[in-house]
Design a protein around this ligand. Structure first.
Ligand code: MF3
Ligand code: CO
Length: 249
């Protein structure tokens, strides 16, 4: 059952989403050669505390951190570590969630560490473009597959592949609510979108093949061919006036 949100609830959801956007921006500025992924997590934790917000990920199915830091061939759910020190040329996915007043916000960006290769730059750009193309389809009357196919079409036209094992999701008083929001689909499928739905749309894009595997830490998803992977995410409300990105400042 998809839980629809009233305009008042969507306003309340902005609070958590804004916290997520603000902290992601701070983290993005911290990303430099020599910084460890644990330092990023620590900053995120302090920044949440300063805003009297709660982490959305810590403790979720036992996840041990407030932030996911996924470097290079890591697709999603990389666990921050003092041993993972960023190097020039890396790319890092920062996936972050917060809870304010019982409502969740969830967003992700992928950024380069110092100078990166043109190939890495293109992958990041294509993934972000896919997210915005998908958001543009998040309008009343469209189907969920219009959102999913917007991602898949753009990603595959760029010569990349979409990850199938992980999907976007509804979001509200829980981090994950129905419906699932895949990054691939079949035309004319899925529920019709109506005002009040709030979706976390999150393309995960591999430079090589679509297959992923999970490392022995039980969390970190990596590309099976160890090609680079990028991830962007916004929490988006569907309204009469079109899509509203909640995870912005
Ligand atoms: N953005 C991811 C998601 O929506 C982050 C979840 S990480 C977890 O699933 F640790 F909370 F699982
Ligand atoms: Co998400």
């Amino acid at each position: 059952m998809i839980i629809l949100k009233s305009p008042q609830e969507i306003d309340r959801m902005r609070a958590a989403s804004r916290v997520v956007a603000e902290i992601l921006e701070e983290l993005r500025e911290m990303v430099k050669p020599g910084v460890s992924t644990l330092e990023l997590n620590r900053h995120a934790e302090q920044a949440l505390r300063a805003r009297k917000a709660q982490p959305a990920f810590k403790g979720y199915h036992g996840y041990p951190a407030v932030l996911c830091t996924s470097v290079n061939e890591e697709v999603v759910h990389g666990i921050p570590s003092p041993r993972r020190v960023l190097r020039e040329g890396d790319i890092i996915g920062l996936d972050f969630g917060a809870v304010c007043d019982g409502y969740f916000g969830d967003a992700a960006v992928t950024v380069g560490v110092g100078g990166i290769t043109p190939e890495a730059e293109r992958l990041i750009q294509a993934t972000e473009e896919a997210l915005y193309l998908a958001i543009a389809k998040a309008v009343p009357g469209n189907r969920l597959s219009d959102v999913s196919l917007a991602v898949q079409y753009h990603v595959e036209a760029c010569g990349y592949s979409v990850v199938r094992e992980f999907v976007g999701h509804g979001i509200g008083r829980s981090l994950h609510e129905p419906p699932q929001v895949p990054n691939f689909g079949t035309f004319g499928h899925g529920v019709q979108l109506v005002p009040g739905m709030v979706l976390a749309i999150e393309p995960m894009v591999n430079a090589g093949g679509p297959e992923v595997e999970i490392l022995s830490d039980g969390w970190t998803a990596v590309t099976r061919d160890r090609s680079l992977s990028a991830h962007f995410e916004h929490s988006v409300a569907i309204t009469e006036d079109g899509p509203v990105i909640l995870t912005c400042r």
